[in-house]
Write a protein that binds this ligand. Structure first.
Ligand SMILES: Cc1cc2nc3c(=O)[nH]c(=O)nc-3n(C[C@H](O)[C@H](O)[C@H](O)COP(=O)(O)O)c2cc1C
Length: 365
């Protein structure tokens, strides 16, 4: 991908720029972030096009989807492609998952050669396929393995190394605090936490009391994550949190403007968005360009773009009918036209989303 992104219209640019002065920069270990709102890793979603788009829309940093150490070891081309970083990405981490200490250390070296801002270890994935081999959140059960793992990886790389954990394996084993202490002694730069246990998967609520309790102890730079679904929630959390930064995953799928809209507390209180259908359409055109330049064929363009397009439509009038049309469309051209017609027809409509309903209740962290 080499051509510069088509500029946003002056009207959209002005709307976006209005929020930027509210961003308070923060330094986590060696890495400087321009605000406290980072895009969380999401498998199948946080690839180059989405990461670029989210940085354009105010995410102060992004993390790749989880990348398999076994895939790297086997020289699997698809896996290696997942380590690629675009030259226009500013602050990006690559996330690795695996369970074998030597392999993880070797792969850290490989991943580092792609020049990420930092590397992250996935210690939160609850998915059985990963956990049954000892990776993801299963690492939280193997406390004695952690220092050797962190140290082996650190020895092979210069880039900062972070970890993303859950609160613990289950309610009776919430050992995030102890893991952070090990991490601190083993050269880990910061810890991000999804405030649920592995057993909870995505049920219940993220436990922000637990997160804030640990944050007060200032063990290591600490990023809180979980259920920050819309600007008012994020903004409230930003006001009162003891954490150093916040990560947002699903919230960005239904509101790509969440990173900016959450920065101004007075605006967030109003619960009315400045961003209308026409603004979403501009954002989708840019996404389309990024996806088209990253994935050569039309089939991949459709697979990658249409899921995001229908998430972006969530909550707007007739979004279910629109989703049906998008998935019925046979070609990229048809999809593009249907999408343009839909978003431009929305006029001044606001989104209406029931945040109590489950949304994307499975994932790799
Ligand atoms: C579709 C999906 C994929 C995910 N993939 C990853 C991943 O690859 N690595 C990871 O650490 N977490 C992953 N997660 C977890 C998120 O980063 C985040 O911790 C979780 O969704 C809670 O944050 P949220 O409430 O803002 O969505 C994923 C979540 C979802 C919904």
């Amino acid at each position: 991908m080499s051509s510069p992104a088509t500029p946003f219209s002056p009207a959209l640019t002005a709307k976006l720029d209005r929020f930027r002065p509210f961003a308070a920069p923060v330094k986590l270990g060696q890495i400087q972030f321009s605000s406290k709102l980072i895009l969380a890793p999401m498998a199948g979603i946080c690839n180059i096009p989405f990461r670029l788009l989210m940085e354009d829309l105010g995410a102060c940093g992004t993390v790749s989807e989880l990348v398999s150490c076994h895939g790297i070891n086997h020289g699997n081309q698809r896996t290696l492609d997942m380590l690629k970083i675009h030259k226009n990405e500013r602050v990006v981490g690559l996330q690795l998952f695996g369970e074998d200490i030597e392999a993880m250390a070797r792969d850290a070296e490989v991943a580092e050669s792609f020049k990420p801002g930092w590397l992250d270890i996935n210690m939160g994935c609850p998915v059985t396929k990963v956990v049954s081999k000892g990776g993801g959140s299963a690492l939280m059960k193997e406390m004695e393995k952690l220092a050797p793992l962190f140290e082996a990886m650190r020895a092979k790389m210069k880039t900062p190394l972070s970890i993303k954990i859950r609160t613990g394996w289950d309610q009776d084993h919430r050992n995030a605090r102890e893991i952070m202490k090990i991490a601190r002694e083993s050269g880990i730069e910061w810890v991000a936490i999804h405030g649920r246990t592995r057993t909870q998967q995505y049920t219940g609520a993220a436990d922000w009391n637990f997160i804030e309790e640990i944050a007060q102890e200032k063990i290591l730079p600490f990023i809180g994550n979980g259920d920050l679904h819309y600007p008012l929630l994020v903004s409230d959390r930003l006001q009162k949190t003891q954490t150093d930064a916040l990560m947002i995953a699903r919230g960005a799928l239904r509101n790509p403007f969440i990173f900016l809209e959450s920065l101004d507390p007075d605006y967030a209180q109003k619960k009315k968005s400045d961003f209308l259908g026409a603004d979403y359409w501009e954002v989708i055109q840019r996404l389309w360009q990024y996806v088209g330049e990253t994935f050569a064929d039309d089939r991949m363009l459709l697979v990658q773009a249409r899921k995001l397009i229908v998430w972006f439509a969530a909550g707007f009038p007739y979004s279910a009918a629109f989703r049906g049309q998008v998935f019925a469309a046979q070609t990229a051209e048809d999809t593009y036209k249907i999408t343009e017609d839909y978003f431009l027809s929305l006029g001044t409509s606001q989104k209406s989303i029931n945040y109590d309903e489950a949304f994307m209740s499975s994932g790799h962290g």
